[in-house]
Ligand binder design. Structure first.
Ligand code: IMP
Length: 199
C-alpha cells in the first residue's frame, strides 16, 4: 500500500528534519540518517553552500545507495560582507556547533553597525538514480536585532527578524509560521515543485 517516493535527508539536525517534514507533509517519505543506520559525521569541507550540500548528498548516495537530499544553510550579513555565510555553524571558535557562542560573536561583530540587513539562504541538493542531480534554493531577507528574543527554533533564530514577520524573530514564531516564510520552507517548496515536474 505504502508506495511513496523515499528520500533520505542527510542531516543530523533534528530541527531541520522536523521543519522539512512539516513542509513535505504526506507527499514523500523522508528518512533520517538514523533510519538508514548512518551515524557518520559527514564532513562539510566546501567553500560554498552549494558545495557543502553536494558533498553531504553525495556522501549518502555513494556510501548508502539511497536517493537523497541535503541542505546547507548560511546567515549572510550585509555589514559583515556576507559572513558568517558558509561558516555559520562554526562561526565562534571551539569545538562543535555552539549556537549561543555563534550568536554572541555575531552580535559583538555587529556592534555600532547601522546596516543590520541579513538573509538566510538554504541550498538543497537532490541526488537520485532516476531523477538526476538538482539544486534548489530558498532565501529570506531580514535584520539582525541587538538582543536574543524568543525560545523556539534553533541556531540564529532568536536574533533574526524576517521582513515578512510582523517584527517577530523566527524564535518567537510557531513552526508553521516560520516555515511559511523561511529559507528552508521556500527551498523545500521549490524541491517539491521540481519533483512534481520530474516525476
Ligand atoms: P548547516 O546548514 O547545518 O551548516 O547550518 C549552518 C548554521 O546555520 C548552523 O549554525 C545552524 O544552527 C544555522 N542555521 C541553519 N538553519 C537555520 C535556521 O533555520 N534558523 C537559524 N539558524 C539556522
Amino acid at each position: 500500500m505504502e508506495n511513496k517516493y523515499k528520500l533520505v535527508f542527510a542531516t543530523n539536525n533534528a530541527h531541520k528534519l522536523s521543519e522539512l517534514r512539516a513542509v513535505v507533509g504526506d507527499s514523500l517519505s523522508i528518512l533520517s540518517l538514523a533510519d538508514i543506520d548512518c551515524h557518520d559525521d559527514i564532513p562539510e569541507t566546501g567553500s560554498t553552500l552549494e558545495e557543502n550540500s553536494m558533498i553531504k548528498a553525495r556522501w549518502v548516495k555513494e556510501k548508502y545507495g539511497y536517493d537523497c537530499i541535503a541542505d546547507d544553510t548560511g546567515l549572510e550579513v550585509e555589514a559583515l560582507n556576507g559572513e558568517p555565510g558558509v561558516r555559520s555553524a562554526r562561526y565562534a571558535p571551539g569545538e562543535g556547533h555552539d549556537s549561543k557562542a555563534n550568536m554572541k560573536l555575531l552580535l559583538s561583530n555587529m556592534e555600532g553597525k547601522e546596516n543590520r540587513n541579513a538573509r538566510f539562504r538554504t541550498v538543497i541538493t537532490l541526488i537520485s538514480d532516476t531523477l538526476g542531480t538538482h539544486t534548489v534554493e530558498g532565501i529570506v531577507n531580514g535584520t539582525i536585532i541587538t538582543k536574543e528574543q524568543g525560545e523556539s527554533g534553533f541556531g540564529y533564530d532568536p536574533i533574526f527578524v524576517p521582513v515578512e514577520g510582523d517584527g517577530l524573530t523566527f524564535a518567537q514564531m510557531t513552526g508553521d509560521e516560520k516555515n511559511a516564510i523561511s529559507h528552508r520552507g521556500r527551498a523545500t517548496r521549490a524541491l517539491l515543485a521540481l519533483l512534481e515536474k520530474l516525476c
